[in-house]
Design a protein around this ligand. Structure first.
Ligand SMILES: Cc1ncc(COP(=O)(O)O)c(C=O)c1O
Length: 417
């Protein structure tokens, strides 16, 4: 692990008497939140900053969903629920996830929790033993909580490097080389944070073929961005023959319905549902009762709001990719989904005299007032792949145009010097 995705928090440090556990010292973080605090401090000081840091829609939750939550409060749906969630929510999740993937899902196999995020930890906890050398394969770059949860729960993180030449997917041969009898879990994320990449049916078939030789390996399919695919259909590994039983489908309401603060996600797997339910009982008790009823409306109610947001993201994707490719020294592939772009800034770094992508990001923030994240916030840099930064295009067209134009001017000005 390098300096990046885990802001180490003082492993084993103490105040003279009282110790903090080594385990807590291993806990990583999401640096999006750290950079956001830096950005907010600059804004509070009156500095003009355009932020493209955070992975959440900039829209309001659609009205019909907000009304459903208000109704839930009025109807007194305010107490604890069963840990796995209310029956109606589990039914609509099973129906929707099953329909999209062409598989039959029993509502009893659905477990709800306070976001999709907690299930990353529950999966690692349920499928690996602390310090036993159990390995977990995960995408790098990737959502930083994967590596954090693998590490803090005493498993061994094994990164699968995503390659620009493969549109930011991993080479199945890399998986073949790294998977072994020690592997317990393979984490997949499509569409992908931070690159926006998509696992195609060909990729998924190649992965499933390799997994056939390793029946002990579970798959964690993080499909939180599954409804934000812009070119063609979404494909899940759970749809392939023999894969549903060994796959945990993880999804939630945060991204599609602009509900990041409502906190509801769910995981689906027949064998693991009782175990995940017990983890929920031990940690959160249940997801917010009110949010669960809002979730029923989000998933099964009118979809006009969700469709309008998706259309806006798709249009912004075109805009930001076009503008980034006009910035000197920057090249940006068109991502297939989510709301992130992952431009290559290797040449731009050289032009402005930045040491690396993190130096570039910091200077872009302090000298040009443009906030984004660097590749090292999502794992260790992939050897030979150069320097990348991440923009979230959950921002208005106007902000995107102003921000990327300002970035181009900054690169030009610094290069002239
Ligand atoms: C890949 C990925 N998985 C999971 C999550 C967590 O989502 P939730 O808000 O449902 O906890 C995120 C949020 O940024 C994400 O990007």
């Amino acid at each position: 692990m390098d300096k990046n995705c885990s802001e180490k928090n003082g492993s084993g440090k103490n105040d003279g008497h009282r110790q903090i556990s080594r385990r807590t010292g291993d806990l990583g973080t999401e640096n999006a939140f750290v950079v956001l605090a830096e950005v907010n401090a600059m804004i509070a000081e009156g500095k003009p900053v355009l932020s493209f840091c955070i992975g959440q829609p900039d829209f309001d939750t659609p009205d019909n969903i907000r009304e459903a939550a208000i109704r839930a409060i009025r109807d007194g749906h305010t107490g604890y629920t069963a840990s796995a969630g209310i029956d109606r929510l589990r039914e609509v999740v099973a129906e929707e996830l099953g329909r999209v993937r062409g598989i039959a899902i029993d509502p009893a196999d659905v477990v709800c929790g306070g976001g999709a995020k907690p299930f990353i930890g529950y999966a690692v906890l349920t499928l690996t033993d602390y310090g036993a050398g159990h390995e977990v394969l995960y995408p790098n770059p990737g959502f930083p909580i994967y590596e954090s949860q693998i590490r803090v729960n005493g498993a061994v993180p094994v990164p699968l490097h995503l390659l620009e030449g493969r549109d930011f997917t991993f080479d199945p041969d890399d998986l073949r080389r790294k998977i072994s009898e020690k592997t317990r879990l393979l984490i997949l994320n499509t569409p992908h944070n931070p690159t926006g990449s998509i696992l195609t049916p060909t990729d998924l078939a190649a992965i499933a073929e390799i997994l056939a030789d390793y029946p002990q390996v579970w798959v964690y399919a993080d499909e939180i961005y599954s409804r934000l695919v812009y070119d063609g259909d979404f494909h899940s590994i759970s749809s392939l023959a023999g894969m549903q039983e060994r796959t945990i489908i993880a999804d939630g309401i945060s991204k599609t319905w602009a509900m990041t603060g409502w906190r509801l996600g769910y995981a689906v797997n027949k064998t693991l549902a009782p175990h995940f339910t017990r983890w929920v009982t031990n940690t959160e008790s249940c997801a917010s009762h009110i949010t669960q009823w809002a979730g029923v409306e989000a998933i099964s109610g009118n979809q006009d709001g969700a469709h309008a947001m998706k259309a806006a993201f798709e249009q912004r994707r075109e805009l930001i990719v076009r503008l980034l490719n006009e910035v000197p020294g920057v090249s940006c592939k068109t991502p297939g989904g989510a709301f992130y772009v992952w431009p290559n800034v290797t040449e731009a770094c050289a032009m402005v005299g930045a040491e690396d992508s993190e130096d570039f990001r910091r200077r872009l923030l302090h000298e040009a007032g443009i906030a984004c994240l660097a590749d090292i916030h999502f794992g260790s840099r992939v050897p030979g792949e150069g320097q990348h930064i991440r923009f979230s295009y959950a921002a208005s067209n106007e902000a995107i145009t102003r921000g990327i134009t300002r970035m181009a001017e900054w690169v030009e000005e610094k290069s002239r010097r």
